[in-house]
Design a protein. Sequence first.
Length: 137
Amino acid sequence: MDVLDEALQRIQHFGPERDGWLSNHAPMAVEALARHGHAAVVHRWLDGYADQLEERPRGIEPIAADEWRDPLGDPVRTGDWLDFFDRELADEPWRQVLARWWPRLLPGVAAGATHGVIRVGHAVRALLDEETVPPGW
């Protein structure tokens, strides 16, 4: 397992936001560090940032694939969306999930100071370099 995979495993149980509405930059930062030749400092950077992270929010009600519009943008449903995309990615290759959801979510690209699209961009770049499977998947 490489440094990026190790770092992503370390942060998988944290949510996408912290301290109210601040973005959790960890997945984006560790990917950028690893990508640009700084893999040796990834874990040290993460050690310093980890105390700012919050647990992944729990879902309150599963989102049905054909009823996704109503919960879209509802911050209370963040955990439901995380669970939803975990299921989507378990059932289909990431490229298919991205192709289906990119057009649906594009109108809200500026939401959250564009962190959603930035985070997806980092994930896509890493997956295009090398597709790995987390242990236990």
